[in-house]
Each structure stands twice: as structure tokens, then as C-alpha cells.
Design a protein around this ligand. Structure first.
Ligand SMILES: C[S@@+](CC[C@H](N)C(=O)[O-])C[C@H]1O[C@@H](n2cnc3c(N)ncnc32)[C@H](O)[C@@H]1O
Length: 202
């Protein structure tokens, strides 16, 4: 799976619908979470940084993690060319190699969870590294019929309310869930709603 994303990394940002989704998700995150300079932000499944790098203009500190080395290389190159010195990214499986407790203030993720086999283990790992009062915001596809990818993926999106409950089961307090974007695919003109679920560490 990471080899597939490795191959896509170089041209990932060229797709306008991905950039449009990222802009709306970043705006929704900034509306939901009081972001401030100095917060330690984690971007899970960061890809090339379409979410994490814009958020870094506020928090200054961002750690991107992803299974794809190609995506991490693109993320790092973009951060360096923008001189975002508090930003770094690494290949890391947070389930196998969790971050230390209370090391993150804000965790975000966009369009990665439907690629993650063990969603609840990932939520537990993220919850474990959040500081008290820390935030988690996950954007992903609402439940779809499999046509979004047209090839097998671990999850055909999620029911947003059920996802929020899974965040609670990982030890977080539910804050909100809302539709924040509708992604339009050109072939056949299908549209795919994307939700943002937000929770907080007690
Ligand atoms: C559809 S891309 C989204 C990338 C980026 N967040 C964006 O919105 O452009 C999904 C990303 O999740 C990564 N990914 C999949 N499973 C992962 C896991 N278990 N841990 C970290 N990253 C993962 C993939 O390598 C890929 O870069």
C-alpha cells in the first residue's frame, strides 16, 4: 500500500480536488480548534502535507507521520523550500511505534483513516500521545459504495456519528462532527461527502 502512495507522491498535489478538500478541511479545523503558535501538532497519514503544512503556518511546530517514504520525502522538501523550520516528517507506524505520552497538543488527519486497517488501535495510539486537553480532528469520507477508489481499501468511509463514538471509546471526549467538504470526481460526476470529527483528551 505504501508503494502505491510512493508512486503517487510526486504528482499528488497536482490534483485540484485534493487541494480543494485540503483547504476546506484546514479551514474547518481552524474553526473548531483554537490553534496557537507553539502547539505541538501531529498530522497522521500526512502525505505531502496538504493539511499539515498550512496548519504549520499557525502552530509553527508540526510532526507528519506516514507509512510512505515517498510522501514523507515530498512533505520534507516542501517544508524546507517554505523554510518551515519547526516542521518535520518521518515514516512511522503509530500503532507499532507510539509517540510518548503527552507529547502532542493537536492531532489531525485527512483522508488517511479509510486506509488504516486497525482504526481503533490507531485512535488509542493517538489518544495516548495527546496532552491533557489536547485535540484530535479526523477528516475522512462518509460511508460510500466503493466507487471512490474503485479498488479494495480497508474501509469504505465511515459513519461520522459512529466514528465519533469510536473516538470516545479511545478515551476522548466527543466535541463535534460535521460535513466539511464534498469531493467531486470527474468520471461520472459522483460526489463524496467528507466529514470532520473532533474530540478532546480529558
Ligand atoms: C489519501 S492519502 C492522504 C494524504 C494527506 N493527508 C492528504 O490529505 O493529502 C492517505 C495517506 O495515509 C497514509 N497511510 C495509510 N495508512 C497509514 C498508517 N497506518 N499510518 C500512517 N499513514 C498511513 C498513506 O501512505 C497516504 O499517504
Amino acid at each position: 500500500m505504501s508503494t502505491t502512495f510512493d508512486a503517487k507522491a510526486a504528482t499528488w498535489d497536482e490534483e485540484p480536488r485534493r487541494r480543494a478538500m485540503a483547504m476546506d478541511v484546514v479551514a474547518a479545523i481552524a474553526q473548531q480548534i483554537p490553534l496557537t503558535p507553539g502547539q505541538r501538532l501531529l498530522d497522521v497519514g500526512c502525505g505531502t502535507g496538504l493539511i499539515g503544512l498550512p496548519l504549520a503556518t499557525v502552530t509553527k511546530s508540526v510532526l507528519g507521520v506516514d507509512l510512505s517514504a515517498g510522501m514523507i520525502d515530498r512533505f520534507t522538501a516542501k517544508a524546507q523550500s517554505a523554510q518551515q523550520t519547526g516542521v518535520r516528517a518521518e515514516v512511522r507506524d503509530l500503532i507499532a511505534s507510539p509517540l510518548p505520552p503527552a507529547s502532542i497538543d493537536v492531532a489531525v488527519s485527512a483522508m488517511a483513516f479509510h486506509h488504516i486497517d486497525h482504526v481503533d488501535q490507531m485512535l488509542h495510539s493517538i489518544a495516548g500521545c495527546l496532552a491533557p486537553g489536547g485535540w484530535l480532528a479526523v477528516a475522512d469520507l462518509e460511508t460510500e459504495d466503493g466507487s471512490f477508489h474503485g479498488e479494495p481499501v480497508p474501509h469504505l468511509g465511515f459513519d461520522p456519528a459512529a466514528f465519533l463514538i469510536r473516538m470516545q471509546q479511545a478515551g476522548l471526549l466527543a466535541v463535534s462532527q460535521a460535513r466539511v467538504h464534498v469531493m467531486q470526481k470527474p468520471a461520472g460526476g459522483r460526489s463524496y461527502p467528507i466529514f470532520l470529527a473532533v474530540a478532546r483528551k480529558p
